[in-house]
Design a protein around this ligand. Structure first.
Ligand SMILES: Nc1ncnc2c1ncn2[C@@H]1O[C@H](COP(=O)(O)OP(=O)(O)O)[C@@H](O)[C@H]1O
Ligand SMILES: [Mg+2]
Length: 397
């Protein structure tokens, strides 16, 4: 492990995990003055015939980061990763690694390794030989290779499975062999394309923690592709949200969730209620909005709200709505009346679907903090929904 990687791992150790949710996280190499990215995509375009798979992507990824590319199927995630790995060539723009243009350098000469969605293990080779394969090809001597394989087996906790063949392993174990094999050459960067897609939910969650542990232990930069927003939120230091070949927002999980840049991002990351509204007045940091669905209008915190008259969308997450069976006095702001249309009890949360007078449905989620409630909200009840001025985000696109 190089000194820099060691430092990276140490720096991260007490950080993110000490403050769950990433609220206090000192690991932010992208914000450090003068920091050099490990990878730089510079206005990269990749076309397949008439189809533009990657449409002008510029992105920096920093040493030690766990970066997730998130977006729906077909938005260009895999293509972007393959451009970095060297399996594809950009039609326009450049891909740089540590400041050096990678153009013309074949995949095996790049210090990045890709772990494929299918794992692509050699069925006739044992676990140990699968892990050693790339090292052998590289010409590493047997003694050194054996040490490295032992190290990798320990890292993925498969010491007792070294002699087994892939067919004798569970899905989760195969995934770990593939991970060990991809890391054996100690690449400066590991590319993971939907690494957990083949695992069931429970195993996926366990493996997420394993991936975080391994990434922190090694300090290797990870670039992961996923269409699963929860997976990206749990694992990544930063998320790049993709839409039709472009990166539309980059930020920490909390930033993209709490401060989405567009309706697309708000909607892709979890549930959101969107209210079309008009800006009535701006008294920074507050703005007043009028909306058909809110008789008392909205009053929101927004530092850069467009001028009065503009059409905007107010995005409010379900967990930020409060429900009440008691009618409020007067015609208060940030309050909507509705009828409970459906209720889903999930144990820790209860999710409500509420029909507004215009027929539109909104979602509200309430944490079940108490075991008993005097008068629980039921289906067909008339309820009032309200939220705080800083609960929502004003979106202009
Ligand atoms: N080898 C290829 N030939 C033609 N079209 C491709 C090829 N690879 C990807 N595409 C197209 O490029 C777009 C992006 O694909 P991809 O990067 O695989 O998306 P994602 O990984 O986000 O699902 C898709 O429309 C896909 O059909
Ligand atoms: Mg893909």
């Amino acid at each position: 492990m190089s000194g820099r990687d060691g430092d990276t791992a140490a720096r991260r150790g007490g950080g993110r995990r000490a403050a769950l949710g990433g609220i206090r996280d000192p690991f932010a190499p992208w914000a450090a003055p003068g920091a050099e990215p490990l990878v730089r995509f510079e206005s990269v375009v990749k076309r397949y015939g008439a189809q533009t798979a990657v449409d002008g992507v510029s992105l920096d990824i920093y040493p030690g980061e766990f970066f997730a590319l998130l977006g729906p199927s077909g938005c260009g995630k895999t293509t972007l990763m393959r451009l970095l790995a060297g399996f594809e060539t950009p039609d326009e723009g450049r891909v740089l690694l540590s400041g050096e243009d990678l153009a013309g350098r074949p995949p095996h000469k790049r210090p990045v390794n890709m772990m494929f969605q299918s794992y692509a293990l050699f069925p006739h080779l044992s676990v140990a030989d699968n892990i050693a394969f790339g090292l052998k090809q590289e010409g590493m001597g047997k003694a050194e290779r054996d040490v490295r394989v032992e190290e990798m087996l320990a890292l993925v906790k498969l010491e007792d499975f070294a002699r087994r063949k892939p067919a004798q392993l569970s899905g989760g174990q195969k995934q770990r062999v593939a991970l060990a094999r991809a890391l054996a050459k100690r690449p400066s960067m590991l590319l993971l394309d939907e690494p957990l897609a083949a695992l069931d939910k429970k195993l996926r969650e366990e493996t997420q923690f394993e991936l975080m542990r391994i990434q922190q232990a090694l300090g290797t930069t990870f670039l992961m592709v996923t269409h699963d927003q929860e997976e990206a939120m749990v694992l990544a230091d930063r998320i790049g949200v993709m839409q039709a070949g472009r990166i539309v927002q980059v930020g920490r999980p909390m930033e993209v969730y709490e401060a989405p840049a567009s309706r697309y991002v708000a909607d892709f990351l979890g549930d959101v209620n969107l209210f079309e509204a008009q800006v009535a007045s701006v008294e920074a940091p507050h703005a007043r909005l009028t909306a058909e669905e809110a008789p008392g209008g909205f009053r929101v915190v927004d530092e850069d709200c467009p001028a009065p008259g503009a059409t905007v969308w107010l995005a409010v997450r379900p967990e930020k709505l409060r429900l009440s069976l008691d009618a409020p006095a007067g015609n208060p702001e940030n309050t909507l009346a509705g009828t409970v249309w459906d209720i889903a009890y999930t144990g820790d949360w209860t999710n409500f679907i509420i029909a507004l007078p215009n027929g539109r449905h909104i979602r509200a989620a309430q944490a079940n903090a108490n075991r008993r409630v005097a008068r629980p909200i039921g289906c067909d009840d008339t309820v009032w929904v309200c939220f705080d001025p800083d609960a929502g985000v004003v979106l202009t696109q």
